[in-house]
Design a protein around this ligand. Structure first.
Ligand SMILES: CC(C)(COP(=O)(O)OP(=O)(O)OC[C@H]1O[C@@H](n2cnc3c(N)ncnc32)[C@H](O)[C@@H]1OP(=O)(O)O)[C@@H](O)C(=O)NCCC(=O)NCCS
Length: 213
């Protein structure tokens, strides 16, 4: 069955998801997802042009209201807090969210994930992970055993979250950051790129460096 799909966001993250969709279709050997296009409330001209090289720009998010109710969406927005706000608008429209896993990613068979999961090439989710809605695991990022992850969390490229961690809603783990095992990262917290987190991080805090402070 072919499902229609719209990507919210013409920026780099949205266009990387378009590439992911193409890879999923290619690996399946059939058109699993038909990419109808992109929506974006205020795309930069250059991003709009770049997106249109792949699929049409359909207009602002308001255009989603004109689509058949079975049309899936994926949130091509890298910032977890913005993704959370966009998700609220999508939810109001009642459109289902696609889950997209790159063929070169690996995801444990026992993963329990809410809708909207996006795992890019080289992303790894191992065993006994419970994930909320719209979790994005970017290129070569890893989420190890027994983690519990809230809604709208982002692992940026090469982030490594060790086993038994709790990541709160809309937490952001920066590129190349390491979170040691068993730690809690609070809701809305940001772990800077390249950080090594050795203690719990409270909600809304920004930490960076090695060890992260
Ligand atoms: C940590 C972070 C959230 C801080 O953002 P910010 O508050 O806007 O920080 P600024 O850019 O104003 O920099 C403030 C200071 O922190 C330093 N800094 C910024 N990011 C840092 C990081 N990741 N590690 C160590 N120091 C960092 C800056 O050099 C600056 O130092 P200075 O005051 O001595 O000049 C951000 O830099 C970051 O790392 N975000 C993750 C981004 C990411 O993963 N991007 C990949 C996208 S795919």
């Amino acid at each position: 069955m072919t499902l229609d799909l719209v990507i919210v966001g013409c920026g780099g993250h949205g266009r990387e998801i378009a590439q992911l969709v193409a890879a999923v279709n290619e690996a399946a050997g059939r058109l699993t997802w038909r990419l109808l296009g992109f929506v974006d409330d205020d795309p930069a001209e250059r991003n709009r042009k770049r997106a249109e090289a792949t699929a049409p720009y359909l207009g602002t998010l308001g255009a989603l209201g004109q689509l058949p109710p079975q049309t899936h969406v994926t949130l091509g927005v890298g910032d977890p807090r913005i993704r959370r706000a966009v998700a609220a608008r999508i939810d109001a429209l009642g459109l289902p969210a696609a889950s997209l896993v790159h063929p070169d990613a690996t995801v444990g068979a026992d993963l329990v994930s809410a809708e909207g999961l996006v795992v890019f090439a080289g992303g790894r989710i191992t065993t006994n992970v419970i994930a909320g809605r719209h979790l994005h695991v970017n290129q070569n990022a890893t989420l190890a055993h027994d983690c519990v992850v809230g809604d709208h969390v982002s692992l940026h490229p090469l982030a490594a979250v060790s086993g038994d961690c709790h990541l709160g809603t809309a937490a952001l783990i920066g590129a190349g950051a390491v979170v040691l095992q068993g730690l809690r990262i609070g809701a809305g917290a940001t772990v800077g790129a390249g950080a090594c987190v050795v203690r719990d991080v409270s909600a809304g805090r920004v930490v960076k460096g090695v060890p992260a402070r």
